[in-house]
Each structure stands twice: as C-alpha cells, then as structure tokens.
Write a protein that binds this ligand. Sequence first.
Ligand SMILES: NC(=O)c1ccc[n+]([C@@H]2O[C@H](COP(=O)([O-])OP(=O)(O)OC[C@H]3O[C@@H](n4cnc5c(N)ncnc54)[C@H](OP(=O)(O)O)[C@@H]3O)[C@@H](O)[C@H]2O)c1
Length: 256
Amino acid sequence: MTTIDNGSGTRELKGKRALVTGGSRGIGAAVVRHLLDAGAEVLTTARSATGTVPEGATLVAADVRTRAGSETLAAAAQEVLGGVDVLVHNAGGARPYKDASAIPDEEWQDALDLNYLASVRLDSLLVPGMRERRSGTIVHVSSAVVPTPVGPFLHYTAAKAALENYSRGLASELAPFGIRVNTVTPGKVATPGGEATREQWARLDPTQGGNTATVPLGRVGQPDDIAHAVLFLVSDRASWLTGSNLVVDGGEFPRG
Ligand SMILES: NC(=O)c1ccc[n+]([C@@H]2O[C@H](COP(=O)([O-])OP(=O)(O)OC[C@H]3O[C@@H](n4cnc5c(N)ncnc54)[C@H](OP(=O)(O)O)[C@@H]3O)[C@@H](O)[C@H]2O)c1
C-alpha cells in the first residue's frame, strides 16, 4: 500500500525505493523532499557530487545524457536501494537561441539526450526489475510549452514532445505488468533553471522572454506545486491512472 503523508501523520510511501534525476535543486529537490516526507528511501543524481540534496537522500554523481551515466545510476540504485519502485525523470532543460536556425547541431543532440533519451535509457535499465516484481511507478517531467512550440526552444520542445509520446506508449506496454507510467507537465516554475532560462530568453527577445504576468492564477509555480502532482501520481491514490499527463501550470497553457 503506497500512500502520502498528507498531514494526517501517515507515511504512505514507507518501504518504497525511489530514484529521482536532477534532485539537487528546483523541482527535483522538492520531489526528493516530498518523497522523504512520505517515508520513501531516495537516491538522486546531479552531474556534480558536490551538489546539495535534501537531508536523508543519497546523491550519486551521474550525467543522465549518456548511456554510461544511466548505467552508473542504475548500478547505484541496485547497490544503495536494492531496486527501484518509484522512478521520477526530472532532470531537463535547454538554453534558448535567437531562432530555430541558430540552434547548433550539438544542442539539438544535447536537448534530445537530456530531455528524452535519458528517460528511454534509464527506463530500459530499471523497467526489467519492475516487470519481475510486477509493480512500479514512473513519472516523466515534460513542459507545458510543448503544444505551442517557438523557435528559440524548438530543440527543447521537440524533445519533450517525443518524451510525452514515449511515456504514453510505455504506459500501454507496461500496464499488464502492474507498472504505471505518467507525465507531469509544469508551466512556469520558480527554479534556478527556469529563472535563468527566462532571463536568457528575455535578453534575446524582450517582448516574449521572462513574461510571467500571463499566468491566469496570478503567480508562477513553486517547486512544491509540481512535487505535489508527482507525489499523487506515484501514490496508490492514483492506482487507476496510467498514460495520463497532469498539466500543472496555473491555467496558462490549455490543451486539447
Ligand atoms: N522551471 C520551469 O519553469 C520548468 C517549466 C517546464 C518544465 N520544466 C522541467 O522541469 C524539470 C526540472 O526543471 P528545474 O527548473 O527544476 O531545473 P533546474 O533548476 O535547472 O534543476 C535541474 C536539476 O537537474 C540536474 N541536472 C541537469 N542536467 C543533468 C544531467 N545531464 N545529468 C544529471 N542531472 C542533471 C541539475 O544538477 P546539475 O546541474 O548539478 O547536474 C539539477 O539538480 C526539467 O525537466 C524541466 O525541463 C521546468
């Protein structure tokens, strides 16, 4: 039974082993904190081992853009946790360019590796264990700008679009094994990465970049807003949810 500590004093993820990519700051750090509060054991990663992570979590240095980084992380998860029940693919991002034609080849590849292929590779290493146990939950973190792609971010939005499509397909494939796969899609969130990207975009295009006055609910998101959605999806309260995409954006980017 997985449940979340929702203020009633229960620790609903007790006994669960969680792996979160990119947990040293921003949304990932909030997800790590919430998982710990809910009683899970948590391993996380960032490129530098000197990064700080919420107390109680274990940090392993690994670059998820590479196959070698994914293998390091999967091996560490086996050694430290003994397996993974909850997998949150959070590491992601990309810097903006003036327009699509200014995005260099290597940045397209980098955006694909970080925002899409990192999930594919790590899933391929950790899903077999989940299949054997016939249980597990996976969350992929996308971006609310996918349906309205713009030139400066096409490398990023195209990679996140691929991620959403992949996540939905993986959900179908793994449902018969009792493994749930969902996507959480943030809008504008106040994180070091999000703020830096919006500042870079504002320098390239002062009319577009950095504009946060457009959020209908009147504020940018906080990392906790996204972590709440992730925690819901990995808990048994979402036990009939798979292949879904939970958009958490203050109402700014309607879909469908
Ligand atoms: N913030 C927003 O407004 C926003 C909006 C939509 C979607 N998102 C998505 O939400 C997720 C988290 O964003 P955030 O704003 O919290 O990012 P952030 O503040 O930049 O934090 C990113 C985290 O990922 C780690 N990381 C980055 N590259 C990595 C790599 N190659 N290998 C391993 N770890 C890596 C970073 O540590 P190191 O740098 O030390 O590696 C850090 O811990 C991303 O997928 C992003 O695309 C964010």
